[in-house]
Design a protein. Structure first.
Length: 455
């Protein structure tokens, strides 16, 4: 005996005739072709599967900050307005989410060779000796020799950057900005995703640099003078790749450029840099010191310092190049910097005659003793920085061996003006050549100036 089925089952292509309600609800299906219904069901299933796959497989949005530069940004080199460090991402290139995947040229740890850097105009605003951050402004002028999808330059994370402003032949360009932290890169792209044409450009960027205690980049040095007085100076050390800690730049040795450096600092401080002072003025209790345009040089050779007025300079009084030894008050007053000055004044004429050229000699050279300098010395062009024991000599407590080491260090750094500064290796894997030549040359002047030293 067959059981009675009160709930009609629905079969594709079949209708029940024994139920009036069934006829009413599904009678319309008689007129729909079977092939259409099959196609509709297949489409529905495919849509569900596609949505599920998209939701599960598509990557998350790239984690980088895109910032539009505003055409109202100023390009002047006057005193920058105070930049307050901020954690927001609307005016600065900072984010808690940094991209971990490189794009195109960001993947190359070396910058493009199709780039000529003309000059950097740098300005620092240091209005209070107690502050631990310094405001800065950089204007970089450069030329692209070939079209590029990205313009890439360097900046370390301790620099807080404002959005850059880019001009092509003085015409404002809309760009997006992205960081790639593993290579210390900042990359610019045109908003239209087109290539930057080969042309001359100007990049303007404000920033805030955090003064470090690590003796690299732009840093502060706290010291104690002989009378228990505490002092502080600001100095730089960029070799090999720490210029990017102090300002945005194309930080590779072959990308040489001229530098125009301006420092605004308290009235009771002294500012020095690679080249001589060009102009100085007092405005509202602050000293504005501008320096002459430098030779074309690598970024790692740029240097400046802000010294307390207790620092003293011992100079020769001859014509150019003028030499000055800067040190704490106590060793200067006790004449413990006189030997360093004597060695330098003897070595420079020797090298000029030996190489038959004075071209690598800047108009002046400062020798700066930094109490906690991290290495023996650094050959910044026109402003050589030293650890104190490599520049200060007290014959009552220093051995002959240490005296010879001091002398060798001073002449070694001066030799770099010819080998390293004037003639520069393209990359750091040839650094041994710079150092070997400078070491070999460092003993030669003494065969003429001080043969009894038997160095």
């Amino acid at each position: 005996m067959a059981s009675k089925n009160t709930s009609p089952s629905i079969m594709i292509g079949e209708t029940r005739t024994s139920s009036s309600s069934g006829n009413k609800r599904f009678g319309g299906l008689r007129n729909i072709p079977k092939s259409w219904l099959i196609a509709a069901i297949i489409f529905y299933c495919a849509s569900v599967i596609t949505v599920g796959l998209l939701a599960g497989l598509l990557p998350r949005r790239t984690q980088h900050i895109t910032i539009l530069a505003t055409p109202t940004q100023s390009v002047t080199t006057t005193t920058p307005s105070i930049i307050t460090p901020t954690a927001t991402t609307t005016t600065t290139l900072t984010s808690t989410h940094e991209p971990s995947i490189c794009i195109e040229d960001e993947c190359n740890p070396r910058l493009s060779n199709d780039l000529i850097v003309h000059n950097y105009t740098l300005q620092y605003f240091y209005n209070d000796t107690t502050q631990t951050h310094v405001q800065g402004l950089v204007i970089i002028e450069f030329t692209l020799k070939q079209p590029m999808k990205q313009i890439i330059y360097h900046s370390k994370r301790m620099i807080e950057l404002e959005e850059p402003v880019l001009y092509e032949n003085d015409i404002y360009q809309f760009v997006s900005t992205r960081k790639y932290i593993p290579h210390d890169y900042i990359s610019l792209r045109l908003m239209a995703n087109a290539s930057f044409p080969s042309n001359r450009y100007k990049l303007v960027q404000k920033f805030v640099v955090s003064l470090t205690d690590g003796n690299t980049g732009f840093y502060q040095s706290i010291f104690q003078d002989g009378d228990e007085t505490m002092g502080k100076l600001l100095s730089t050390k960029f070799e090999p790749t720490d210029a990017r800690k102090a300002f945005p730049c194309f930080d590779e040795p072959h990308l040489k450029a001229e530098f125009i450096i301006n420092i605004i600092h308290p009235e009771n401080t002294i500012a020095i840099a690679n080249f001589p002072i060009d102009a100085e003025a007092l405005v509202d209790g602050l000293r504005q010191t501008s320096f002459e345009r430098t030779f074309r040089m690598s970024t790692y050779l740029a240097a400046w310092a802000i010294l307390p007025d207790t620092y003293k300079g011992l100079s020769d009084n001859d014509d150019e190049p003028q030499l000055t030894i800067w040190a704490r008050r106590e060793p200067t007053v006790k004449n413990h910097t006189a030997l360093a000055l004597k060695i330098a004044t003897g070595a420079i004429p020797f090298f000029i005659e030996y190489f038959d050229t004075a071209v690598p000699m800047p108009p002046k050279t400062d020798f700066l003793a930094v109490p906690d300098f991290s290495s023996g010395a650094m050959e910044n062009w026109g402003l050589i920085t030293f650890r104190e024991d490599r520049l200060i000599f007290d014959e009552k407590v220093v051995s002959t061996t240490q005296k010879h080491l001091l002398a060798e260090t001073i002449v070694h750094e001066l030799a770099h003006f010819w080998f390293g500064n004037y003639v520069t290796c393209k990359w750091w894997d040839d650094l041994w050549l710079n150092e070997a030549m400078a070491t070999w040359l460092s003993y030669k002047p003494f065969t003429v100036t001080d043969p009894d030293w038997k160095m």
